[in-house]
Design a protein around this ligand. Structure first.
Ligand SMILES: O=C(O)[C@H](O)[C@@H](O)[C@H](O)[C@H](O)COP(=O)(O)O
Length: 256
Protein backbone atom coordinates (compact mmCIF):
# COMPACT_ATOMS: atom_id res chain seq x y z
CA UNK A 1 0.00 0.00 0.00
CA UNK A 2 1.32 3.38 -1.00
CA UNK A 3 1.57 6.59 0.99
CA UNK A 4 -0.51 9.47 -0.31
CA UNK A 5 1.12 12.24 -2.29
CA UNK A 6 -0.42 15.52 -3.34
CA UNK A 7 -0.19 17.72 -6.43
CA UNK A 8 -1.92 21.10 -6.49
CA UNK A 9 -2.89 23.13 -9.53
CA UNK A 10 -4.03 26.72 -9.73
CA UNK A 11 -7.66 26.21 -10.76
CA UNK A 12 -10.11 23.50 -11.88
CA UNK A 13 -9.32 24.04 -15.53
CA UNK A 14 -5.59 23.58 -15.13
CA UNK A 15 -6.25 20.64 -12.82
CA UNK A 16 -8.32 18.90 -15.52
CA UNK A 17 -5.61 19.61 -18.14
CA UNK A 18 -2.87 18.26 -15.87
CA UNK A 19 -4.80 15.10 -14.98
CA UNK A 20 -5.54 14.53 -18.67
CA UNK A 21 -1.85 14.82 -19.54
CA UNK A 22 -0.95 12.41 -16.73
CA UNK A 23 -3.57 9.96 -17.92
CA UNK A 24 -2.24 9.91 -21.47
CA UNK A 25 1.30 9.31 -20.16
CA UNK A 26 0.08 6.62 -17.78
CA UNK A 27 -1.67 4.75 -20.60
CA UNK A 28 1.42 5.05 -22.80
CA UNK A 29 3.68 3.74 -20.02
CA UNK A 30 1.35 0.82 -19.31
CA UNK A 31 1.24 -0.10 -22.99
CA UNK A 32 5.03 0.11 -23.22
CA UNK A 33 5.34 -2.24 -20.22
CA UNK A 34 2.43 -4.63 -20.65
CA UNK A 35 1.32 -4.17 -24.25
CA UNK A 36 -2.04 -2.91 -23.01
CA UNK A 37 -3.54 -0.53 -20.48
CA UNK A 38 -6.60 -0.34 -18.27
CA UNK A 39 -8.33 2.60 -16.71
CA UNK A 40 -11.21 2.78 -14.24
CA UNK A 41 -13.43 5.82 -14.72
CA UNK A 42 -15.73 7.62 -12.32
CA UNK A 43 -18.52 10.19 -12.50
CA UNK A 44 -18.95 13.80 -11.54
CA UNK A 45 -17.97 17.21 -12.86
CA UNK A 46 -14.22 17.11 -12.47
CA UNK A 47 -13.99 13.65 -14.05
CA UNK A 48 -16.02 14.86 -17.05
CA UNK A 49 -13.68 17.86 -17.38
CA UNK A 50 -10.71 15.46 -17.42
CA UNK A 51 -12.32 13.31 -20.14
CA UNK A 52 -12.98 16.40 -22.27
CA UNK A 53 -9.38 17.54 -21.76
CA UNK A 54 -8.02 14.13 -22.86
CA UNK A 55 -10.17 14.33 -26.01
CA UNK A 56 -8.60 17.69 -26.83
CA UNK A 57 -4.98 16.67 -26.23
CA UNK A 58 -3.06 16.09 -29.48
CA UNK A 59 -0.88 13.54 -27.61
CA UNK A 60 -3.95 11.34 -27.11
CA UNK A 61 -3.25 9.96 -30.59
CA UNK A 62 -0.02 8.41 -29.29
CA UNK A 63 -2.13 5.96 -27.25
CA UNK A 64 -3.20 2.75 -28.95
CA UNK A 65 -6.82 3.05 -27.84
CA UNK A 66 -7.67 -0.37 -29.30
CA UNK A 67 -5.55 -1.85 -26.46
CA UNK A 68 -7.14 0.08 -23.60
CA UNK A 69 -9.70 -1.53 -21.28
CA UNK A 70 -12.20 0.87 -19.78
CA UNK A 71 -13.95 0.00 -16.51
CA UNK A 72 -16.10 2.02 -14.12
CA UNK A 73 -15.65 2.54 -10.40
CA UNK A 74 -19.31 3.38 -9.96
CA UNK A 75 -22.50 4.00 -11.86
CA UNK A 76 -25.85 5.64 -11.35
CA UNK A 77 -28.44 2.87 -11.77
CA UNK A 78 -30.52 4.37 -14.59
CA UNK A 79 -31.63 3.24 -18.08
CA UNK A 80 -28.99 2.93 -20.81
CA UNK A 81 -28.29 6.26 -22.45
CA UNK A 82 -29.70 8.30 -19.56
CA UNK A 83 -27.77 11.59 -19.55
CA UNK A 84 -27.12 11.17 -15.82
CA UNK A 85 -25.31 7.86 -16.27
CA UNK A 86 -21.55 8.08 -15.78
CA UNK A 87 -21.17 5.92 -18.89
CA UNK A 88 -23.23 8.31 -21.04
CA UNK A 89 -21.17 11.28 -19.88
CA UNK A 90 -17.82 9.53 -20.42
CA UNK A 91 -18.87 8.36 -23.89
CA UNK A 92 -19.91 11.86 -24.93
CA UNK A 93 -16.77 13.48 -23.52
CA UNK A 94 -14.13 10.96 -24.62
CA UNK A 95 -15.03 7.37 -25.42
CA UNK A 96 -16.94 8.18 -28.61
CA UNK A 97 -14.05 10.37 -29.77
CA UNK A 98 -11.14 7.89 -29.58
CA UNK A 99 -10.87 4.56 -31.46
CA UNK A 100 -11.55 2.17 -28.57
CA UNK A 101 -12.39 -1.48 -29.13
CA UNK A 102 -16.10 -1.70 -28.11
CA UNK A 103 -15.40 -5.13 -26.59
CA UNK A 104 -12.96 -3.49 -24.18
CA UNK A 105 -15.45 -0.93 -22.86
CA UNK A 106 -17.01 -2.42 -19.73
CA UNK A 107 -19.88 -0.24 -18.47
CA UNK A 108 -21.71 -1.19 -15.30
CA UNK A 109 -25.19 -2.53 -16.12
CA UNK A 110 -28.09 -0.16 -16.76
CA UNK A 111 -31.45 -0.47 -14.99
CA UNK A 112 -33.06 -1.61 -18.24
CA UNK A 113 -30.26 -4.11 -19.01
CA UNK A 114 -30.40 -7.92 -19.14
CA UNK A 115 -30.23 -8.16 -15.32
CA UNK A 116 -33.41 -6.08 -15.13
CA UNK A 117 -34.20 -3.31 -12.70
CA UNK A 118 -32.31 -5.05 -9.89
CA UNK A 119 -29.14 -3.32 -8.66
CA UNK A 120 -27.99 -6.37 -6.66
CA UNK A 121 -28.13 -8.50 -9.83
CA UNK A 122 -26.36 -5.71 -11.74
CA UNK A 123 -23.56 -5.60 -9.14
CA UNK A 124 -23.20 -9.40 -9.26
CA UNK A 125 -23.16 -9.28 -13.07
CA UNK A 126 -20.36 -6.71 -13.04
CA UNK A 127 -18.38 -8.81 -10.55
CA UNK A 128 -18.64 -11.68 -13.03
CA UNK A 129 -17.46 -9.48 -15.89
CA UNK A 130 -14.46 -8.42 -13.79
CA UNK A 131 -13.71 -12.06 -12.94
CA UNK A 132 -13.81 -13.05 -16.62
CA UNK A 133 -11.11 -10.46 -17.31
CA UNK A 134 -8.95 -11.51 -14.34
CA UNK A 135 -5.43 -12.68 -15.01
CA UNK A 136 -5.42 -16.46 -15.18
CA UNK A 137 -4.54 -18.02 -11.83
CA UNK A 138 -4.98 -14.75 -9.94
CA UNK A 139 -7.77 -13.23 -7.89
CA UNK A 140 -11.17 -12.38 -9.30
CA UNK A 141 -10.18 -8.98 -10.64
CA UNK A 142 -8.34 -7.72 -13.70
CA UNK A 143 -5.26 -5.52 -13.43
CA UNK A 144 -6.18 -1.83 -13.13
CA UNK A 145 -3.32 0.47 -14.15
CA UNK A 146 -5.07 3.59 -12.97
CA UNK A 147 -8.34 4.19 -11.18
CA UNK A 148 -9.75 7.70 -11.01
CA UNK A 149 -12.01 8.97 -8.27
CA UNK A 150 -13.82 12.22 -7.58
CA UNK A 151 -14.32 13.21 -3.95
CA UNK A 152 -17.66 14.29 -2.47
CA UNK A 153 -18.11 17.10 0.04
CA UNK A 154 -18.88 14.34 2.57
CA UNK A 155 -15.73 12.41 1.62
CA UNK A 156 -17.44 9.79 -0.54
CA UNK A 157 -15.54 8.18 -3.40
CA UNK A 158 -17.13 6.27 -6.28
CA UNK A 159 -20.52 5.45 -4.66
CA UNK A 160 -19.06 4.47 -1.29
CA UNK A 161 -20.73 6.91 1.09
CA UNK A 162 -19.97 7.62 4.77
CA UNK A 163 -21.52 5.20 7.28
CA UNK A 164 -23.31 3.30 4.49
CA UNK A 165 -23.94 -0.49 4.62
CA UNK A 166 -21.68 -0.80 1.55
CA UNK A 167 -18.76 -0.75 4.04
CA UNK A 168 -19.85 -4.17 5.32
CA UNK A 169 -20.27 -5.77 1.91
CA UNK A 170 -17.34 -8.09 1.24
CA UNK A 171 -18.20 -8.63 -2.42
CA UNK A 172 -16.12 -6.83 -5.06
CA UNK A 173 -19.07 -4.81 -6.41
CA UNK A 174 -21.95 -3.54 -4.33
CA UNK A 175 -25.45 -2.27 -4.96
CA UNK A 176 -26.12 1.02 -3.21
CA UNK A 177 -29.57 2.15 -2.15
CA UNK A 178 -30.35 5.40 -0.39
CA UNK A 179 -27.36 7.31 -1.78
CA UNK A 180 -27.33 10.81 -0.31
CA UNK A 181 -26.22 12.08 -3.72
CA UNK A 182 -28.91 11.58 -6.39
CA UNK A 183 -29.82 9.29 -7.95
CA UNK A 184 -30.41 7.11 -4.86
CA UNK A 185 -29.68 3.75 -6.50
CA UNK A 186 -26.18 3.01 -7.73
CA UNK A 187 -23.58 0.30 -8.16
CA UNK A 188 -20.00 0.67 -6.99
CA UNK A 189 -16.69 -1.09 -6.58
CA UNK A 190 -16.07 -1.52 -2.85
CA UNK A 191 -13.01 0.00 -1.18
CA UNK A 192 -10.99 -3.28 -1.15
CA UNK A 193 -11.60 -3.60 -4.90
CA UNK A 194 -10.61 0.03 -5.52
CA UNK A 195 -7.43 -0.59 -3.53
CA UNK A 196 -6.26 -3.34 -5.91
CA UNK A 197 -5.51 -0.70 -8.56
CA UNK A 198 -1.84 -0.02 -9.27
CA UNK A 199 -2.44 3.72 -9.03
CA UNK A 200 -5.43 5.52 -7.56
CA UNK A 201 -5.93 9.18 -8.33
CA UNK A 202 -8.32 11.25 -6.20
CA UNK A 203 -9.27 14.36 -8.12
CA UNK A 204 -11.05 17.25 -6.43
CA UNK A 205 -11.71 20.91 -7.18
CA UNK A 206 -13.42 23.64 -5.20
CA UNK A 207 -13.55 25.03 -1.68
CA UNK A 208 -16.47 22.77 -0.75
CA UNK A 209 -14.08 19.79 -0.96
CA UNK A 210 -11.39 21.28 1.30
CA UNK A 211 -12.77 19.87 4.56
CA UNK A 212 -13.12 16.29 3.29
CA UNK A 213 -9.71 16.37 1.58
CA UNK A 214 -8.01 17.75 4.71
CA UNK A 215 -9.64 15.17 6.98
CA UNK A 216 -8.86 12.26 4.65
CA UNK A 217 -5.19 13.25 4.47
CA UNK A 218 -5.09 13.75 8.24
CA UNK A 219 -6.05 10.10 8.69
CA UNK A 220 -9.83 10.03 9.28
CA UNK A 221 -11.54 6.63 9.45
CA UNK A 222 -12.74 5.13 6.14
CA UNK A 223 -16.28 4.43 7.34
CA UNK A 224 -16.76 8.07 8.36
CA UNK A 225 -14.78 9.38 5.38
CA UNK A 226 -14.41 6.83 2.57
CA UNK A 227 -11.71 8.84 0.74
CA UNK A 228 -9.47 8.19 3.75
CA UNK A 229 -9.60 4.45 3.03
CA UNK A 230 -8.26 4.65 -0.52
CA UNK A 231 -4.73 3.38 -1.24
CA UNK A 232 -3.36 2.38 -4.62
CA UNK A 233 -0.88 -0.52 -4.67
CA UNK A 234 2.04 1.57 -5.90
CA UNK A 235 0.63 5.09 -5.83
CA UNK A 236 -2.10 7.14 -4.18
CA UNK A 237 -2.16 10.54 -5.76
CA UNK A 238 -4.36 13.44 -4.72
CA UNK A 239 -4.78 15.88 -7.59
CA UNK A 240 -6.30 19.09 -6.30
CA UNK A 241 -6.96 22.65 -7.23
CA UNK A 242 -5.84 25.34 -4.79
CA UNK A 243 -9.26 25.73 -3.17
CA UNK A 244 -9.68 22.00 -2.53
CA UNK A 245 -6.13 21.90 -1.11
CA UNK A 246 -6.74 24.59 1.53
CA UNK A 247 -6.63 22.10 4.45
CA UNK A 248 -3.88 19.75 3.23
CA UNK A 249 -1.83 18.87 6.35
CA UNK A 250 1.48 20.74 6.64
CA UNK A 251 3.64 17.60 6.33
CA UNK A 252 2.28 17.14 2.77
CA UNK A 253 2.49 20.79 1.83
CA UNK A 254 6.09 20.59 0.69
CA UNK A 255 4.82 18.68 -2.31
CA UNK A 256 2.73 21.63 -3.47
O1 LIG B 1 -21.41 9.17 -9.80
C1 LIG B 1 -20.89 10.02 -9.11
O2 LIG B 1 -21.47 11.05 -8.80
C2 LIG B 1 -19.49 9.81 -8.64
O3 LIG B 1 -18.76 8.86 -9.17
C3 LIG B 1 -19.01 10.50 -7.41
O4 LIG B 1 -18.19 9.74 -6.58
C4 LIG B 1 -18.27 11.77 -7.88
O5 LIG B 1 -17.04 11.43 -8.46
C5 LIG B 1 -18.06 12.73 -6.72
O6 LIG B 1 -19.32 13.00 -6.14
C6 LIG B 1 -17.40 14.02 -7.14
O7 LIG B 1 -18.20 14.66 -8.09
P1 LIG B 1 -17.87 16.15 -8.57
O8 LIG B 1 -16.55 16.13 -9.26
O9 LIG B 1 -19.02 16.51 -9.48
O10 LIG B 1 -17.90 17.00 -7.31
Amino acid sequence: MSEASVAVHADPDLLAQAVAARLVVKLLDAQAERGQASVVLTGGRIAAAVYRAVAQLPARDAVDWSRVDVWWGDERFLPAGDPERNETQARAALLDVVPLDPARIHPMPASDGPAGNDPEAAAAGYAQELARAARPGTAALPHFDVLMLGVGEDGHVASVFPEHPVHHDNRPVSAVRGSPKPPPVRTTLTLPTINTAEEVWLVAAGADKARAVGMALAGAGPVQLPAAGVRGVSRTLWLLDRSAAANVPPRLRSLR
